[in-house]
Write a new protein. Structure first.
Length: 64
């Protein structure tokens, strides 16, 4: 996992929080929720290969 992935996740977090605050103050709470959900799903799709690699490594460590 590189540093660029951490910066991408941080950038998405900052953008989603700013967008969420703007939408909440304009009275669109449902769209703010959907924006935060979309940001969460985007980050999960980015880290899903690393989680899969972690589970495969754990499986190979414990299989004799």
């Amino acid at each position: 996992m590189g540093v660029s992935l951490i910066f991408k996740i941080a950038a998405v977090g900052i953008l989603v929080s700013v967008l969420g605050q703007v939408l909440k103050h304009s009275g669109r709470e449902d769209q703010a929720f959907l924006a935060s959900l979309a940001g969460l799903l985007l980050v999960l799709f980015w880290i899903l290969p690393y989680i899969n690699e972690l589970f495969e490594t754990i499986q190979t460590m414990f299989s004799l």
